[in-house]
Write a protein that binds this ligand. Sequence first.
Ligand SMILES: NC(=O)c1ccc[n+]([C@@H]2O[C@H](COP(=O)([O-])OP(=O)(O)OC[C@H]3O[C@@H](n4cnc5c(N)ncnc54)[C@H](O)[C@@H]3O)[C@@H](O)[C@H]2O)c1
Ligand SMILES: O=c1ccn([C@@H]2O[C@H](COP(=O)(O)OP(=O)(O)O[C@H]3O[C@H](CO)[C@H](O)[C@H](O)[C@H]3O)[C@@H](O)[C@H]2O)c(=O)[nH]1
Length: 332
Amino acid sequence: MRVRKKAMVTGGAGYIGSHVTWALLEAGWDVVVIDDLSTGRRESVAAAAAFILGDVGEPVTINAALAEHRPDAVLHLAGSAIIPESVIDPLKYYRNNTAASRTLIEATVNAGIDAFLFSSTAAIYGVPPRMPIDEDMPTQPITPYGTSKLCTEFILRDVAAATSMRYVSLRYFNVAGADPKGRTGQSTPISTHLIKIACETIVGKRSFFNICGDDYPTPDGTCIRDYLHVSDLADLHVTAIEYLVAGGASEAFNCGYGHGYSVAEVANVIRQVAGGHIDARIAPRRPGDPPQLVADARKIRRQFGWQPKYDDLRFIVETALAWERWLQARAA
Ligand SMILES: NC(=O)c1ccc[n+]([C@@H]2O[C@H](COP(=O)([O-])OP(=O)(O)OC[C@H]3O[C@@H](n4cnc5c(N)ncnc54)[C@H](O)[C@@H]3O)[C@@H](O)[C@H]2O)c1
Ligand SMILES: O=c1ccn([C@@H]2O[C@H](COP(=O)(O)OP(=O)(O)O[C@H]3O[C@H](CO)[C@H](O)[C@H](O)[C@H]3O)[C@@H](O)[C@H]2O)c(=O)[nH]1
């Protein structure tokens, strides 16, 4: 009989998935990662985890992986995650976020695995009527990315009603920073995330970064987001999957700290951490950006007694920068 629980982490070679893999291993889980390396890196996967190179949207591959490893739980992080790209190429998002998830969910149910965690997003709320955003607010995504993720939430809701599978949907707000122990970080070669791009500017990979829009209906005109340290989020995955494996009911949770910073405020922290001049230029709005997204985080705090460890924008930027410096030194 197996004593240690085993988790399958899809997308475990990616930014968030590599942190989740470390958090599960530290909590005593065995981990098998499946990833097609479309945006992830094989080196990001902790050596103690098993690795399968494959597409979760391929039924033959995923059925074989589940049959071989027989995990107790599936944590589904694989997906495409760039909002502006989804506006330009929506079919890619419906294929890789919705259709591939459907295939994986079907394989999970057929394998008799009852615990499923899904990486959802604040983008399912679109432009919410008020702030902060609680889980019962209307879901009216304004981008194909958000809709592609919401479709998967609907599949999960209906499958959970019809089978013994239970799921937790974690609706991430803006994930940033890197492992404080320096083991992994955001390594995607083509970045669109603000803090990553700003750190690339600090290390000289770029000469400037853009502040995309200064005419939003916010106090300083720039967009407000709830930036959450990736290691706090990774710990939440362990908590949520242990809850499900122990028989917890299906739930959706917003994952954020419950307060936001504007892009201009982030730029100021970037300048402080850089300790010198950083060129941040006002640029036009980016398509698909709501003015403000801040989580009402009371539900997840209440359910799990969650106490974040890294709710500090400066620390988030410092860890992201340390990782960017490591990447640069490695490339040199
Ligand atoms: N980064 C954020 O701020 C954020 C916010 C909300 C939700 N999310 C969600 O979190 C998840 C992880 O995002 P991330 O920022 O780590 O992105 P990422 O691109 O670094 O990671 C995604 C991983 O999934 C893999 N992958 C993609 N499609 C696959 C497929 N069909 N089969 C197997 N592997 C596949 C990629 O190779 C990569 O390793 C995504 O589902 C994303 O939508 C991210
Ligand atoms: O070079 C840049 C990049 C971004 N921004 C701005 O910074 C803010 C944050 O943008 P990110 O690209 O870092 O993140 P998004 O808010 O677009 O999206 C992220 O957070 C969302 C929820 O808030 C979803 O979860 C999504 O998956 C995830 O990528 C936005 O106002 C954006 O316009 C800039 O000003 N300059």
